[in-house]
Ligand binder design. Structure first.
Ligand code: SF4
Length: 385
């Protein structure tokens, strides 16, 4: 069989924006900031003290592409579980600490890759910063200062009346300044709000006022549909200005869904090499085939494909041949038949009943060759500095 020329690996040639210059920290083996690829995080929903269930969920998250995982640590039993979880997890574990400074020390001692603290929620936290900075320094553990609109420092709530962008930023930078007094700058910051407009403005202001890497999140973004849209809009607005070094999509849905959405956002912005992409038309009165069914069947047939294959599924001959020609592989349907395109050339015409199996067959051939050529293998994230 003659090899189909696939050209050079497809990576975005034009980054959406020059990345904001930020200092780099290491969350375990994952670099954050300083031009490192934007990483995707999620958080477990299990009781952290249930080590088996937590490690099981972390394994599922790892399989879905999650790069950093956060676990809640509200009790001593949870703190006691951290060492085992941090040791057995395949991805770096961040302990999420509210209310009790003693768990910060426990998490650092347990070997967590980082610790998230919420300045609005930790009693007497400010008095313990010196000790925390020293312990974190001794263990090389970065700290995320995670400000959240729902738990803003009371002092700032009184000053601003509500969780404004200015209030969120002031809270974060105040806390960072306490660490800076002890020469500790191994910090990343988040200023989350459930309203994307407030959140975008908070991060925009924060980005101007410091060089710490930023963890983006729309907090309590809602159920999957609404949360996905809010997160995509907010992250898109910020990442398109080069702001953001790591992201967490918060959904009232299983955490693996958050990871899928996060990865898709980065792929859509050209910040990560895309994997399988189905370009399918919305259908209209001209469609001569059931486009939805066709697109669903092709998507299901190619699920899990890691190579950056673009497959066009088009309902008629208006835009069909054009899109199919631009894709790696495509079909333009009409009159009960489908014209199959590979790399811009019509390779055959098949009856409608054979479209799905032909596309899957051709996709497999292309994927095999892409894999042989090393396209889409390894860590595909794109660094833009
Ligand atoms: S490709 Fe054809 S069927 Fe699909 S939306 Fe365009 S005109 Fe309609």
């Amino acid at each position: 069989m003659t090899a189909i020329p696939l050209g050079v690996p497809e990576v975005p040639v034009r980054p959406i924006a020059e990345r904001r210059a930020s200092r780099r920290i290491q969350v375990g083996p994952v670099p954050v900031g300083g031009g490192a690829p934007v990483s995707v995080q999620s958080m477990t929903t299990t009781r952290t003290s249930d080590i088996g269930a937590t490690l099981q969920q972390i394994a599922e998250l790892t399989a879905s592409g999650c790069q950093i995982v956060r676990v809640a640590c509200p009790t001593q039993d949870d703190a006691d579980a951290l060492a085992t979880i941090a040791r057995k997890s395949q991805i770096p574990v961040i302990a999420d600490i509210h209310f009790q400074p003693k768990y910060v020390f426990a998490a650092i001692e347990a070997g967590c890759a980082a610790v998230r603290v919420n300045p609005g929620n930790i009693k007497q936290f400010d008095d313990r910063v010196k000790e925390i900075a020293q312990a974190a320094k001794d263990h090389g553990t970065p700290i995320r200062i995670g400000v959240n609109a729902g738990s803003l420092d009371r002092r700032l709530l009184q000053k601003y009346g509500k969780a404004t962008p200015e209030a969120l930023v002031e809270s974060a930078l105040w806390e960072a300044s306490l660490f800076e007094e002890h020469d500790f700058r191994d910090i990343k910051i988040s200023v989350k709000h459930n309203d994307p407009v407030v959140m975008i403005e908070a991060y925009r202001q924060l980005a101007e006022q410091c060089d710490y890497p930023l963890h983006l999140g729309v907090t309590e973004a809602g159920p999957a549909f609404q949360g996905t849209i809010k997160s995509a809009v907010a992250f898109g607005a910020l990442l398109s200005r080069g702001i953001g070094d790591t992201i967490r999509v918060s959904l009232s849905a299983p955490p693996a869904e958050e990871v899928k959405v996060g990865i898709q956002i980065l792929e859509s912005l050209g910040l990560r090499q895309r994997r399988l992409e189905i370009v399918s038309c919305p259908s209209c009165g001209r469609a001569q085939v059931d486009v939805y069914k066709l697109a669903d069947e092709v998507t299901a047939g190619l699920e899990g494909m890691e190579v950056p294959l673009r497959v066009a599924v088009m309902g008629c001959v208006v835009n069909g041949p054009g899109e199919a020609r631009e894709a790696d592989l495509g079909v333009a349907s009409g009159n009960g038949k489908g014209q199959i395109f590979v790399k811009g050339e019509v390779i055959k015409t098949v009856p409608e009943s054979k479209i799905v199996e032909t596309l899957i067959e051709e996709a497999m051939k292309l994927a095999e060759q892409m894999e042989q050529d090393g396209v889409g293998s390894g860590e595909p994230a794109v660094t833009v500095s």
